[in-house]
Ligand binder design. Sequence first.
Ligand SMILES: C[S@@+](CC[C@H](N)C(=O)[O-])C[C@H]1O[C@@H](n2cnc3c(N)ncnc32)[C@H](O)[C@@H]1O
Length: 287
Amino acid sequence: MEETGPNATQWRNWNEISGPKWVRAAAAMETRLAPVNDLLLAHAAPRAGNAVFEIGCGTGATTLRLADAVGPDGHVLGVDISAPMLALAQARITEARAAQVRLLEADAQTHAFPPAAFDLVLSRFGVMFFADPVAAFRNIASALKPAARLCFAAWAGIEANPHWQAPHAIALRHLGPPKPRPPRAPGPLAFSDADYVRDILAEAGFADIAIRAEPVVLAGKSAAEEAELALQFGPSGALVEEKRPDDDLRATLRREMEMAFARFPAAPEGGGLALPATILLAQARLS
Ligand SMILES: C[S@@+](CC[C@H](N)C(=O)[O-])C[C@H]1O[C@@H](n2cnc3c(N)ncnc32)[C@H](O)[C@@H]1O
């Protein structure tokens, strides 16, 4: 599908730029983000038999955990705008024989979902990319049963996420500042202000809104691999994508980023890196 709707820019990003990169780096991305799944699932507490609506399911790492949690009598609908990411998710779900999962290529902001169908809506880092977040959460709310719960993880600010701040400082020093953009433009850091997110959810019809910053230690594999990821993802990756450094400068960035990641503590077990991070965990109910 060629997207021409309000999220056309993000459609292009997740189908042509970030999505294909994510698919290539899926194993590393999923290892490092697995601790976020543990936190999110513990807070959302999906139950056997639940119908769960997952927004921005990507390559399916959280979807598979949800499938296990709801069991064969439950149901998971994973929605995403990225065809390449969904293709990998579908392969993994087929391999896992998770017949309770259905994936849908659609824009969560505008798609007409079945009304009042889900007990829980959940997302790991998939709700910060809407052009109109209030419209998107209103649309999502229309698919929820009256007693349904919402639970999602978003990134806190870059200052609370040294695994992003360190490579971003290096990229900034070599590449200069990014072109100006509105502070809450769709992107990984768009929801880093809890008050802003609270207002969006309230305006979209949610109540009992609780948003809290939660520390989490990401599981980095090695300084070299983290440097490679930082060249592609997050604030440093966005700057590299915008400025397109030549091969020599890219090699310099990689080397300096690897040195910066080598200063992070070693993981207590497994030989990798312990990357301290902060996420915002948001929970709410329909009002
Ligand atoms: C940072 S990735 C997270 C993917 C996955 N949840 C994970 O944690 O591995 C953000 C995801 O949100 C999806 N996304 C962005 N805008 C969307 C929209 N309007 N509707 C549905 N999915 C969207 C992207 O395609 C991408 O898969």
